[in-house]
Design a binder for this molecule. Structure first.
Ligand code: ATP
Ligand code: MG
Length: 234
């Protein structure tokens, strides 16, 4: 169980997150939405322990956390296979077991034959999928997905959403997904948090969010310039 309470974070003298409050049970998926710069990545990094110095509490119960980085986060100097195997090094697993896990993970993201390639030889979407494959091998109880379908075509995005649901069903991991992709959100979310000026202006079930009964949710879903969200306000 992840428990975040009264989480407030300032960076460079600006409040980036203000008084966030939520709980997430194993097997549940929270989708965090909000315009560019609204604090989605910062929230994920804070939960992962990559950003400290906040007020309030972030309790992940010592769960093993896997992070799918917004920009792939791959090592340029090693091939795809080694990138995906990286979290398993020093795990004590035998080499043939590592190979089996890595191959299975690459296969699940549709990159069975890409193991010997280097990140620079891959398209952006392929790099993104390698990042996902690397998160999958970790057997984590919490998975943080930062914009997992950004730059992917609509069909692949749909496949990634299915994969995220498979992983959830298979591992019972709790997931937090930062995304702008409404179709993916619709498919994977149990609950949705919409961030604006550091605050959760909507937090509720996915059904309630997509019913558009909330004015913030409606403006965001419709991509409308008119509404309570000011496009230029950070
Ligand atoms: N290390 C940092 N120091 C100071 N400010 C930062 C730092 N990291 C992020 N910020 C600021 O925090 C705000 C939120 O950034 P964040 O990357 O979380 O946005 P986001 O919601 O993920 O946006 P996007 O949809 O573009 O990915 C931005 O205004 C950004 O400039
Ligand atoms: Mg981001």
């Amino acid at each position: 169980m992840i428990t975040v309470s009264s989480l407030t974070l300032e960076l460079g003298e600006r409040v980036i997150l203000e008084n966030l409050e939520f709980q997430l049970e194993p097997g549940r998926t929270l989708v965090v939405m909000g315009k560019n710069g609204s604090g989605k990545s910062v929230l994920l990094k804070t939960i992962a322990g990559l950003i400290t110095g906040y007020a309030g509490t972030v309790d992940t119960g010592n769960a093993k956390i896997a992070y799918v980085f917004q920009k792939g986060g791959l090592f340029d100097s090693i091939d795809v296979f080694r990138n995906v195997a990286f979290p398993l090094r020093n795990s004590g697993l035998a080499e043939n077991k590592i190979e089996e896990i890595v191959t299975g993970s690459l296969e699940s993201v549709g990159l069975k034959n890409a193991g010997a390639k280097y990140p620079s030889e891959l398209s952006g979407g392929m790099q993104k999928r390698v990042g996902l494959a690397r998160a999958l091998v970790q057997d984590a109880q919490v998975i943080l997905y930062d914009d997992p379908t950004a730059g992917l075509d609509p069909i692949l995005s749909d496949a990634i959403a299915d994969l995220m649901n498979d992983i959830r069903a298979r591992t019972g991991a709790a997931s937090i997904v930062a995304t702008h992709d409404l179709k993916v959100a619709r498919k994977v979310a149990d609950c949705v948090m919409l961030l604006y000026t550091g605050r959760p202006v909507f937090y509720g079930s996915a059904d309630e969010f997509f019913s558009k009964s909330d004015s913030f949710a409606r403006q965001f879903i419709e991509g409308d310039i008119d509404g309570p969200i000011d496009v230029y306000k950070l």
